[in-house]
Ligand binder design. Structure first.
Ligand SMILES: Nc1ncnc2c1ncn2[C@@H]1O[C@H](COP(=O)(O)OP(=O)(O)OP(=O)(O)O)[C@@H](O)[C@H]1O
Length: 556
């Protein structure tokens, strides 16, 4: 038992020891557990910290990756730039080498030019010397020229005096003849009448004529007109070939002489050159009358009024400008001029005021002649002061728009009235006290064709016009004839009052004025008979002496 007790005590002590150990172990375990918990906390803290660090490192890695990508992109761009720069460098190298070659060339050229400059400089020096010598020569020449100009002026005065004396001796009616060119419209009218004859029955138009056809048509429409006097241009010869009764070819020739004959190629400038002295005369105090005569479409309006350009302007604008120039040229001698204009037409023996505001034919205008001043006035007509030639142009176009224009077979824009432009020039000389009164009458007569030719027989109004036109033109012929007889036989009655036209122009036809008739002739074969009539009439006028023109100058 003791053994057992002993054993129990041993066991108890063991148990106690073990309990103690257990307790110690438990407390050790507790402390381990605490340590373990502390470690766990530390581990979880470390894990958190590690996670944070890992996240940071991953963020950092991503940023680095992005930077790396950007750097790679930059690198790529830089490489491209580099490539481009390399290319441009190589191009620049090529340019530089090209430029250096060019530079070399330019340097050589420059050297050559410099050598030339030196050469030019020396010839310039030489030229300077020559110029100063020439200047001296020029001064001497100009002195001589001034002297010669003075001599020419004096000679011009003498020439003018002699010219007026010759005119006075010859009488004061001059006749010029002007043949107009064949117009494209003449050829197309002839070619359309030929083609209408040859047109097919089904109305299909024939083909347009070839250049050869046109040449042939031109030769057919053109009358045979020659100008044999190539020196003085005073002769015109018309001819025609006809068949005699026996079937033989017979050529007839008609020759006429005038003071001047103008061929179809003559320009307005050339025609005006021959009459510009008349414009000068009216500034000197003469009555001047220029009238254009001829059949419809022969070029009267073209000659008197002309076209719209400077080159084609007719005698009216040119004469007016010349009058203004002449008046300006006399200013330094003390002359001051005033000009005024009137524009009238005679239509069916009635005077119309082309510058008036009233309806035509409503007012009755009377013609009055002053026997002392040899001036003609027309009652109740508009007189417009003309301070410049420009004003005259606008006045001409106003008158043209009011002028009676109707249509006949001869000319689609045929003027059926006589138009009379009157420019009155009054001059006063403050130095000498002289006064001068001149006038310039520019008359565009209505067409002179005969009744049968004009194709108006069926039209009463046109017939009346043509009868009136022909009556006034034949009255003009009678006046001219009577003037011719008067100078041969002494005093004789002159039938000025037989028409408004002759009565209006009385002072311009009676020997107190300088008169020029421009006969306009059509170049067409179809108008040959009319042309011959006109040429015969003009010859009658040309053979008439109407006496001596008188200057209207009054001394104070
Ligand atoms: N020298 C010329 N140069 C060029 N064309 C001209 C010339 N003369 C006349 N003409 C032309 O001929 C045509 C007839 O001329 P214009 O109208 O002057 O005739 P006219 O004799 O005045 O006729 P009317 O009696 O009907 O007034 C016009 O088309 C005109 O332009």
């Amino acid at each position: 038992m003791s053994l057992e007790r002993q054993k129990v005590s041993e066991l108890q002590s063991n148990h106690l020891a073990l309990s103690r150990e257990l307790a110690a172990a438990k407390s050790a375990e507790l402390s381990h557990q605490r340590k373990l918990d502390a470690f766990d906390d530390e581990v979880s803290e470390l894990k958190k910290q590690h996670r944070r660090e890992v996240e940071e490192l991953e963020g950092e890695a991503r940023r680095k990756e992005r930077e790396c990508r950007e750097l790679k992109e930059d690198l790529r761009v830089c490489r491209e730039d580099l490539e481009r720069e390399r290319l441009s460098v190589s191009q620049l190298k090529a340019t530089i080498s090209h430029q250096s070659t060019a530079h070399l060339g330019l340097t050589t050229q420059n050297n050559a030019l410099q050598a030339q400059v030196h050469a030019i400089q020396s010839s310039l020096d030489l030229a300077h010397e020559t110029i100063s010598q020439l200047k001296l020569d020029l001064e001497t020449a100009e002195r001589k020229k001034g002297e010669l100009e003075r001599e020419v002026l004096e000679a011009e005065g003498v020439r003018r005096k002699l010219h007026n004396m010759v005119q006075e001796l010859k009488g004061n009616i001059r006749v010029f003849c002007r043949v107009r060119p064949v117009l494209p419209s003449d050829i197309s009218a002839a070619s359309s009448s030929t083609s209408s004859r040859s047109s097919t029955p089904n109305g299909v138009a024939p083909p347009s004529p070839s250049p050869e056809d046109l040449g042939r048509i031109r030769a057919e429409v053109q009358a045979s007109i020659e100008f044999p006097d190539k020196r003085d241009h005073k002769e015109i010869v018309l001819s025609s070939v006809s068949e005699s009764a026996t079937g033989q070819e017979r050529q007839e020739l008609w020759g006429f002489n005038f003071d001047r004959v103008f061929e179809p190629t003559s320009t307005q400038v050339e025609v005006f050159e021959e009459i510009s002295h008349l414009a000068q005369s009216c500034v000197d105090g003469y009555n001047v009358c220029i009238f254009a005569y001829g059949q419809t479409g022969s070029g009267k309006s073209w000659t008197m009024e002309g076209g719209s350009t400077d080159a084609t302007a007719g005698m009216i604008p040119r004469a007016v400008e010349q009058v203004f120039r002449a008046a300006e040229g006399l200013k330094h001698k003390g002359w001051e001029y005033t000009m005024e204009g009137q524009f009238l037409e005679i239509y069916n023996e009635t005077i119309n005021d082309l510058l008036g505001k009233h309806e035509f034919d409503k007012k009755k205008h009377e013609i009055k002649h002053d026997p002392k001043t040899h001036q003609t006035s027309i009652t109740e007509t508009t007189t417009i002061p003309l301070p410049s030639p420009t004003r005259v142009r606008s006045l001409l176009s106003l008158a043209a728009s009011r002028r009676s224009v109707a249509s006949t077979l001869m000319n689609e824009r045929s003027s059926r009235s006589h138009s009379i432009f009157i420019l009155r020039i009054t001059g006063k000389n403050a130095k000498t006290g002289e006064e001068s009164r001149g006038s310039l009458n520019l008359v565009d007569l209505a067409g002179s064709e005969r009744l049968k030719e004009s194709g108006v027989l069926g039209d009463r109004e046109r017939l009346k016009e043509t009868v009136n036109i022909n009556r006034s033109l034949s009255a003009l012929g009678d006046v001219v004839a009577a003037l011719g007889e008067k100078s041969e036989k002494g005093e004789k009655h002159i039938p000025y009052r037989n028409s408004k036209l002759t009565y209006l122009l009385q002072n311009s036809l009676s020997g107190n004025s300088k008169t020029l008739m421009i006969l306009n002739v059509s170049p067409l074969a179809a108008h040959l008979n009319e042309s011959l009539c006109s040429l015969r009439f003009a010859t009658k006028v040309n053979n008439t002496t109407i006496g001596t023109a008188k200057k209207q100058i009054k001394s104070s």
